[in-house]
Design a protein around this ligand. Structure first.
Ligand code: SF4
Length: 345
């Protein structure tokens, strides 16, 4: 199957038929006939093309909690999709079969889907949103731009599960239709980000920009033994969230399990998760959740003032939602989020 081409957004033509991609902070300068670091954008005859437009490799109906988004229309369904490719190369990627898939393989196994088809399928399935997830959304931005604009016009929400490694230019284009994002803050050491194929500062900049643009934000940190589990680093992450984003931004502390090229690393010890939660609470964060670790209360939303249980979950499953507005029904404290009183029909 021939690759479907779409001329890229956010690039400039340069001398000698080179192109300069401004979609993510790698800012690749790409020679004619070559691809960028993400391997899904190619310079052909001095023009930059997306090689993953118009096809998906994964489409699922998920609960919004699976992104994870715990303060955005609890219990709602989201139509989740991905193409191949990523601008990071994390050694512990749980979706590496897709994120590191070649465009040649993608051309064979991807499924053609027009934006119209995706939006109509999402609506027919009773989804309230479309989630761009499993791989980094940034790298299939042209496709997202068309799907999300259309979805927005039909009253659907648009969600990102993202590494945050995109340019401000991209975020400013998509923020009118981007309602919520769960952003991985994978570490607080630039060295660690470099090992994953990125860098720290652009992610911090994206987080602050998303917040200022009014995009609902939740943060995920997968805690990996020996990589980002030192108390000082966890404290730096929690401090950044509390000081720069707000104490009401949920932090999902997620347990690592061996995967991909990190099969030999042990799962995160539970005492480190508990320590991370204490650190987060100690920095003032009001909503700290555990991921990949079931247990009573680990995923529940509790009022920070009166400590009453507001939203009960087990893993990604919503059990009960007591919210009837954006205030705690017991003490009227304002609970942050969007559509918190959404009831599953
Ligand atoms: S989106 Fe791809 S081509 Fe563009 S700068 Fe990022 S890695 Fe490079």
């Amino acid at each position: 199957m021939a690759k479907k081409l779409k001329e890229a957004m956010l690039y400039q033509k340069q001398q000698d038929r080179r192109v300069f991609c401004q979609l993510c902070p790698h800012y690749c300068v790409i020679d004619e006939g070559k691809r960028g670091i993400c391997q899904v954008r190619e310079n052909q005859d001095g023009l930059l093309y997306s090689l993953v437009y118009g096809r998906t490799v994964t489409q699922n109906i998920d609960g919004v909690e699976k992104k994870p988004l715990f303060h955005f229309y609890p219990g709602s369904k989201t139509y989740s999709l991905a193409t191949a490719g990523c601008n990071f190369h994390c050694q512990y990627c749980t979706n590496w079969q897709v994120s590191q898939m070649s465009v040649e393989e993608f051309a064979e196994c991807g499924v053609e889907a027009t934006p119209e088809k995706i939006v109509s399928t999402a609506i027919e399935a009773g989804c309230q949103s479309i989630a761009y997830t499993y791989v980094e959304p940034t790298i299939f931005f042209e496709y997202i731009h068309e799907i999300a604009s259309l979805a927005h016009s039909y009253g659907l929400f648009n969600l990102f599960k993202t590494n945050g490694f995109m340019t401000a230019e991209m975020l400013k284009i998509c923020h009118p239709y981007l309602n919520a994002a769960n952003v991985d803050l994978k570490a607080f050491r630039d060295k660690t980000y470099r090992q994953m194929g990125g860098s720290l500062q652009p992610v911090l900049d994206s987080l602050k920009l998303m917040k200022s643009l009014g995009i609902w934000l939740e943060i995920t940190t997968v805690i990996i033994p020996g990589i980002n589990d030192e108390p000082e680093e966890l404290a730096d992450i929690a401090e950044f969230i509390a000081q720069e984003l707000g104490i009401d931004v949920p932090w999902h502390i997620t347990r690592f399990f061996p995967a991909y090229k990190m099969e030999n690393v042990q799962p995160t010890p539970l005492e480190i998760l508990y320590e991370a939660r204490d650190i987060g609470l100690g920095k003032g964060l009001q909503y700290v959740y555990f991921g990949n670790f079931l247990g009573r209360g680990n995923q529940d939303t509790v009022c920070p003032t009166c400590k009453q249980l507001l939203i009960q979950r087990r893993g990604f499953e919503l059990i009960e939602n007591l919210m009837q507005s954006n205030q705690c029904p017991f003490c009227e404290t304002l609970i942050p989020g969007v559509g918190l009183c959404h009831q599953v029909s």
